[in-house]
Design a protein around this ligand. Sequence first.
Ligand code: MD3
Ligand code: FE
Length: 222
Amino acid sequence: MTQQVPKDESSKERRPVDTGFPGIVLYPGYLGPAAQQALLAALLAGFEAAPPYRPRMPRTGQPWSIRQTNFGEFGWVSRPDGYFYSSTNDVNGRKWPAIPAVLLDIWAQVAHYPAPPECCLVNLYDTPKSRMGLHRDEDEEALDAPVVSISLGDTCLFRVGGFARSDKSKSFRLASGDVAVIGGASRLRYHGVDRVIPGSSGLVPGGGRINLTLRRVTKQDQ
Ligand code: MD3
Ligand code: FE
């Protein structure tokens, strides 16, 4: 017989799930509906100063299927000659807006790292074709710091592989309010977003998915 377990929404939020990958911790529903709305409002306010733009691939100039922008001391940008962290926005020459305080709080709670994040890369999956190919996050000097990912809006099918592109991989769902911490032995694993499930959330006006990745870029005291 199925055991009856009382619903406890308050404790659900901070209980991590084992992904089977050492160093990757998933917190389903870390942010409840009200916290998701508040975070979305802070993001939309920031987009006034740093409007999301459609990046292009280095060299080929091929436009991406997602849009991006950044908050923080550094933004991650794609340019004709490669990928860079830049303290200014190529679109308008301005500094990026500050990382919203709610995001600094999340980092402080889950990153277990002694310094705050310096970059919040915003990925907007705004069409049914939006995806992100398999890649590694390796442009940061501080590879000892984790990447903290926060998902809002439509659920996506997310893929984590090994340390070579052809290694076998495993797929997970990332839903609105989920937080993932990727660090330790898994920091340099290949990963990507296969697709977003349209209509799976009503959070983002007009639909789609927003992913935020908090990153430490520089090593401390250097
Ligand atoms: C697993 N973003 O911005 S976040 C990226 O959902 C990026 O938009 C995806 O990959 C997104 O670079 C995934 C979760 C994530 C981030 C880094 C990882 C998962 C990871 C590094 C290694 C393994
Ligand atoms: Fe990545």
